[in-house]
Design a protein around this ligand. Structure first.
Ligand code: C6P
Length: 393
């Protein structure tokens, strides 16, 4: 059996989105900015896809949804945009608040800005991997220009108090950005209801194509152009539009939001079943238990079992999991979220992330429970002391 449980790294394309994209690689290949028929005939499809995204996230018509190449681009654009537009002209307001567990596209960008004089507060998580609104409020100073807080963490699935923090920022006149990559299609995101200034997402996390994402920008919060060049996206993000992928992203977003109930009932039931079974393995810790979590994610640590070794055994059984974020998977560094939580340092090397999707089946979960339990027994049996390390293989 082949079981894909790494849906926080990327997802398979929604079959309906794939079919809908196909004509835009073939007969409908015109450049939508061209004035001839080839170009013009594409435009209604683009408008439909953009409209679907505005509807899915309840985006007011006057606000912008800028298409980017990925969430990493959107996150870079918003942080560097704030630097150019607000911090450089007014260095008295040069403080940004964020969390210690953001994706590197936020964390690394902020380290880069810190090298350029920006003051950054990385607020720590508690023992569940949660950051409270009070902890963010306590970090805000008179110099704060922006708070950037992820909606849901990619490693634990822990959901952060976005509404509360957004309201605080609004009251204090501070800009608010959220990286909603792991929230879209898992929790309700309503941009008319919550006072968010900027929001990031990426299509391949909700069964859209890879290499396309978006940045939501509230009216009046415009940033310098993300890419200078032609007049695409009103000049705000130049470059020929990736029509097929925008069409795919539009349909995939509509579909995922339409399946929110399934996600919160059926997918959650399967995740909880998996979690309950794996938590019976002696000496395990489910990270984020007791905090609000996305319905599809499970981060579990097994004392004495190197995460890499577990992945290897699971892979041999045909199961795809990860030790955390896919973009950090080549380093054998301690898992960042586990280190941030401040658990026993050994546990930071033993975390396994299993992330489901609405395409995950009960049979796949049952198979995983058996294979995972067997792998844990095997790996523990070869280390009587639990002192086993992957390098010893
Ligand atoms: N997280 C993971 O395994 P891109 O690659 O640019 O489409 O998305 C980046 C990104 C930004 N924010 C969050 C919260 C994310 O989870 C990701 C991607 C993957 O956790 C790959 S590193």
């Amino acid at each position: 059996m082949r079981v894909y449980l790494d849906n926080n790294a990327t997802t398979k394309i929604d079959p309906l989105a794939k079919v809908k994209m196909q004509p835009f690689f073939e007969e409908l290949y015109g450049n939508p900015n061209s004035l001839h028929k080839f170009g013009m005939e594409v435009r209604p499809y683009l408008n439909e896809a953009m409209g679907a995204m505005y509807d899915a996230l309840n985006i007011p018509d006057e606000d912008d949804l800028l298409i980017t190449s990925c969430a990493t681009e959107s996150n870079n654009a918003v942080l560097k945009g704030i630097f150019f537009k607000h911090i450089l002209p007014n260095p008295a307001k040069n403080h940004i608040v964020t969390t210690a567990v953001e994706h590197p596209s936020i964390g690394e960008t902020l380290h880069f800005l810190a090298e350029n004089g920006v003051e950054v507060s990385f607020v720590d998580v508690d023992e569940r991997g949660y950051v409270s609104a009070e902890a963010i409020q306590a970090a805000i100073t008179e110099r704060t220009v922006l708070v950037s807080m992820m909606w849901a963490n990619n490693e634990t699935g822990v959901i952060f108090p976005i509404e509360e923090v957004a309201l605080t920022c609004k009251e204090k006149g501070i800009l608010f950005h959220t990286d909603a990559v792991q929230a879209i299609g898992k929790v309700k995101v309503d941009l008319s209801a919550t006072p968010i200034d900027y929001l990031t997402f990426s299509a391949h996390k909700f069964h859209g194509p890879k290499g396309i994402g978006a940045l939501y920008v509230k009216k009046g919060r415009e940033l310098p152009n993300l890419l200078h060049g032609g007049e695409q996206m009103g000049g705000k993000r130049a470059g020929t539009l990736n029509v097929a992928y925008i069409i795919g992203m539009g349909l995939a977003l509509k579909q995922s939001v339409g399946h929110l109930e399934q996600m919160n009932a059926e997918v959650r039931r399967l995740r909880d079943k998996l979690e309950a079974a794996l938590a019976k393995i002696p000496d395990t810790i489910v990270v984020g238990r007791g905090a609000p979590r996305t319905p599809n994610t499970l981060l579990i640590s097994l004392r004495g079992i190197e995460g890499e070794a577990m992945l290897w055994d699971l892979n041999k059984a045909g199961i795809a999991a990860s030790t955390g974020s896919a973009c950090a998977s080549e380093s054998l560094e301690a898992n960042p979220i586990m280190s941030a939580i401040g658990e026993d340092p050994e546990l930071a090397h033993t975390a396994i992330r299993l992330s489901l999707s609405r395409f995950t089946t009960e049979a796949e979960i049952d198979y995983t429970i058996t294979a995972f339990t067997k792998a844990a027994e095997r790996l523990r049996s070869i280390s009587s002391t639990y002192g086993y390390k992957a390098e010893a293989l």
